[in-house]
Ligand binder design. Structure first.
Ligand code: NAG
Length: 374
């Protein structure tokens, strides 16, 4: 009776004498895989979010994204196409080892018109040195001023704590912020619930009505978690991006692996519900899964059938591949300076956003898609 419930791909794999996990493995190549095996399950909305939100709303400390974009306290320098993080004697995001930038998205992902609540700019995720906390930066496109905010997990009706994940990629979609959690799936944060807190080193409640967040002024709470539930194999959620050019919109998630011949280099896509900004269904299978045989893949983007995939090469320049399933990937060798990461797209001007993570070489890039060889 269990056999009736097994998927065809599983039966074929068993019939061929291979183990179940091999059906989802790349084995050093770039085969297409069965998306049905790649499942994310909604763990339900966080019940502490509403009571916490009420505390901040009642205190007049519930703010919106326009407020945060307009409240920049640091500034990017450099050119529009290569923005450099603030680096002064007092404050140095360009060189610090305490925080490392990882994910990129923008108001162009958030909404079809490219702006969100009147704001226009980027959001960037950073993990800290021990992966014990995540911050997200709002950069205003016009002024280049920016403000960091802390991601938090509502752990009680009146308290929250830091979010201990790597945050290798992010997507801002409507009022939700999707953040990859390496082996555990994707966590979603609520951009319609940004709370202003007081100063203080701790993260969470200080006393009744008083909160702090490691001296950050704003926090963004987790609302839900899409958990990776397959037990027969793992998937490394290294980065994520959004494709608004297809209907329904899709999330693309991919995995970093050092060695393409020995490990898996998969990209998978999930369909989004455009009205609710959730995945389609409570247990959602990928609608596309493929191996790409590209090692050190740090970011990716799909626009219909065309994929763009970034690769880091240690201290050497990073590469940007373009690829269509079934064809050999085209390498734009050294397209990025060292340590490229996550990617994001802006349909308004047909540009690809990227960023680099290495201390002393941290930038946010804007490149014309037409400059990428396909
Ligand atoms: C955001 O909140 C501010 C008040 O803090 C308000 O003036 C502004 O209109 C709000 N923006 C939007 C788009 O709702």
């Amino acid at each position: 009776m269990m056999v009736n419930m097994m998927k065809l791909s599983t039966l074929l794999a068993l019939a061929a004498g291979s183990s179940l996990s091999q059906a989802q493995s790349c084995n050093g190549g770039s085969p297409a895989l069965d998306g049905a095996d790649f499942i994310l399950a909604d763990q339900g909305d966080n019940a502490h979010l509403a009571p916490l939100s009420k505390i901040f709303a009642d205190a007049g400390k519930l703010v919106n994204v326009s407020d945060v974009f307009a409240d920049g306290n640091h500034a990017m320098t450099g050119s529009d196409t290569k923005l450099k993080w603030e680096s002064t004697a007092d404050f140095d995001d360009f060189n610090t080892h305490k925080w490392v930038p990882q994910g990129i998205s923008s108001t162009a992902d958030a909404a079809a018109e490219g702006t969100y609540d009147g704001a226009d700019g980027w959001v960037i995720s950073w993990h800290n040195d021990g992966d014990t906390s995540v911050r997200v930066t709002f950069i205003d496109r016009e002024t280049k001023k920016y403000r960091h905010a802390l991601l938090v997990y509502p752990e009680a009706d009146d308290d929250f704590r830091a979010v201990p994940i790597h945050a290798g990629g992010i997507v801002w979609y409507g009022d939700t912020l999707w953040v990859v959690d390496t082996w555990n799936g994707i966590r979603v944060f609520d951009m319609s619930n940004i709370w202003q807190v007081g100063s203080g080193d701790g993260v969470g409640k200080v006393s009744d009505g008083e909160y702090s967040a490691a001296n950050y002024k704003y926090v963004i709470p987790q609302i839900r978690w899409y958990k990776w539930t397959p037990t027969s194999f793992k998937f490394r959620h290294s980065w994520v991006s959004l494709d608004r050019t297809v209907s329904p919109h899709r999330l693309l998630v991919g995995e970093y692996n050092k060695d393409a011949s020995a490990a898996d280099t998969r990209v998978v896509q999930y369909e989004l519900d455009e009205a609710t900004h959730k995945l389609k269904g409570d247990e959602t299978a990928a609608v596309f899964a493929h191996c790409v045989a590209i090692n050190r893949m740090q970011g990716g983007l799909a626009l219909g059938d065309t994929f763009f995939l970034s690769r880091s090469n240690g201290a050497s320049n990073g590469d940007l591949f373009s690829w269509t399933p079934g064809n050999t990937a085209v390498n734009n060798v050294g397209f990025y300076p060292p340590s490229p990461e996550d990617l994001s797209y802006d349909e308004r001007t047909d540009v690809v956003y990227g960023l680099t993570e290495v201390a002393g070489g941290r930038y946010v890039f804007t490149d014309k898609r037409s400059d990428i060889k396909t």
